[in-house]
Ligand binder design. Structure first.
Ligand SMILES: [Zn+2]
Length: 189
């Protein structure tokens, strides 16, 4: 799954206007998220609509609350493993919000500046699918190959970088299984 000009080769592209340039060009951290829209439902195109400012506020009570948000992620991995990319990796997607990360001994804020955001379609408690772990491992392997400042030690969660606000991808995300799939992907590719 190589990366060409910031886009994953086999991702479906749904370009989002919700992005801008990275101030220093740095791409060195991976932040994992989860999302489902409406919450708890895994179907439809509402996530794509949210990330492209096309969510219909009248379609669901929750949509009315969030339709005005201007947010995005680089990549969404759906339940069947499909990858949908909204923003090229070299640009800044708007996924982490207020966030901080201890980088070496330095506390850094504004992680969107230098991180890639990947959303897993999920509700934080339902187990993520094997297809999602497989796609995530392959995408992560491509990022590690394409952006040398990335490393396996620089993979974190939204919950970790915004602990008082966020809990995603939640207890359902199996870090050990993900690390295992990532290691297997390294050997095979
Ligand atoms: Zn998140």
């Amino acid at each position: 799954m190589p990366i060409h000009e910031g886009w994953l080769a086999d991702a479906r592209r749904v370009p989002s206007p919700n992005h801008n340039a990275r101030p220093a060009g740095e791409v060195s951290l991976l932040v994992l998220h989860s999302i489902s829209l409406p919450p708890g439902e895994f179907a439809g195109d509402a996530i794509e609509r949210l990330f492209t400012n096309r969510l219909e506020p009248d379609a669901h009570p929750f949509f009315a609350e969030i339709a005005g948000l201007r947010v995005s992620a680089h990549l969404l991995i759906r339940r069947d493993g499909e990858c949908v990319q909204f923003v090229p990796f070299h640009d800044r997607a708007w996924h982490a919000g207020r966030s901080r990360w201890r980088d070496g001994g330095v506390e850094r804020e504004g992680l969107n500046d230098f991180s890639v955001g990947i959303e897993l379609e999920g509700d934080e408690v339902s187990p993520y699918t094997a297809a999602q772990y497989e796609a995530l491992a392959r995408a992560t392997r491509a990022l590690l190959a394409g952006y040398p400042a990335m490393s396996e030690a620089r993979i974190t969660s939204h919950a970790h970088v915004a602990p008082l606000r966020k809990t995603d991808p939640g207890p359902a995300f199996d870090w050990a299984y993900f690390r295992q799939r990532l290691a297997a992907t390294a050997i095979l590719s």
